[in-house]
Design a protein around this ligand. Structure first.
Ligand SMILES: [Zn+2]
Ligand SMILES: [Zn+2]
Length: 248
């Protein structure tokens, strides 16, 4: 163990000397430790990471104004997410700095740094996500996955499953229609309609009774995860929680 750590440190130092990897979030910094990839320590420092003590909608995590006590936190609601089928959605932090860089890099390179994996794990260990029994990634359409070579949500889900030891189901939730790219000017309602019928559960017996933790890279309007949650609930899931790297 100690030897491995020493080796890692030596490896990091050598790597930094030979191939200084530029920070993907700023122009100035370099990635000092492999675990921090793809951002530098300063960018990680500057990124807002949620602690669970924020004042936000308990269900969808939309930031709210003002401060509430820990007991009141479960009663805060934005009301815009009322119709969404998921129980609660959480994110590691804001879509900025190191997290934004990690999400954009993950669309090109199938690699997740240890720091991000550990942050996902910490978010899962906090209530209400801590009762999840099964991890499932938001699926890409097979055509899209072939083009890219991988599904970034699946990579995140695998990294989280490895950290938490929760079982992972990569196949039961499937995307059945190739949703069109969201056009500029499309409102939330239109987005919901585009993705509403896009998902189905192919093996409901593996989902029934589970408290599913749905994984995606970024939570924007919540339309995609709400559509997935709807399909999972139809298949008998007790709860559907959502965990994303960032919240836009
Ligand atoms: Zn940086
Ligand atoms: Zn909400």
């Amino acid at each position: 163990m100690l030897l491995a750590r020493q080796f890692n440190r030596l490896y990091d130092a050598t790597l930094a000397l030979l191939y200084p990897q530029a920070c993907a979030a700023c122009d100035a910094g370099h990635v000092e430790r492999r675990a921090d990839a793809p951002a530098c320590a300063a960018c990680w420092q500057a990124t807002r990471i949620f602690t669970g003590a924020e004042t936000c909608c308990w269900k969808c995590s939309a930031l709210a104004l003002g401060e509430v006590t820990a007991e009141q936190r479960a009663d805060v609601r934005c009301r815009r997410c009322e119709a969404s089928a998921f129980t609660a959605a959480r994110a590691v932090g804001m879509y900025e700095g190191a997290l934004r860089a990690a999400i954009l890099t993950l669309k090109r390179e199938p690699y997740i740094g240890t720091r991000l994996a550990q942050l996902l794990c910490a978010a899962q260990r906090r209530p209400p996500l801590d009762v999840a029994t099964l991890i499932a990634p938001v699926p890409l359409h097979p055509e899209r996955e072939r083009e890219r070579g991988f599904n970034q949500a699946t990579l995140l889900a695998r990294a989280l499953a490895q950290q938490t030891r929760l079982p992972l189901d990569e196949r039961s939730l499937a995307r059945i229609t190739h949703t069109m790219q969201h056009r500029a000017g499309m409102d939330a309602r239109a987005r919901h309609e585009t993705v509403e019928a896009a998902f189905e559960v192919t093996r409901p017996r593996l989902i029934a009774g589970e408290r599913v933790l749905l994984i995606d890279d970024v939570f924007t309007t919540g339309a995609t995860v709400a559509a997935c949650a709807h399909a999972l609930k139809e298949a008998g899931a007790t709860d559907v929680f959502v965990l994303t790297v960032a919240r836009a």
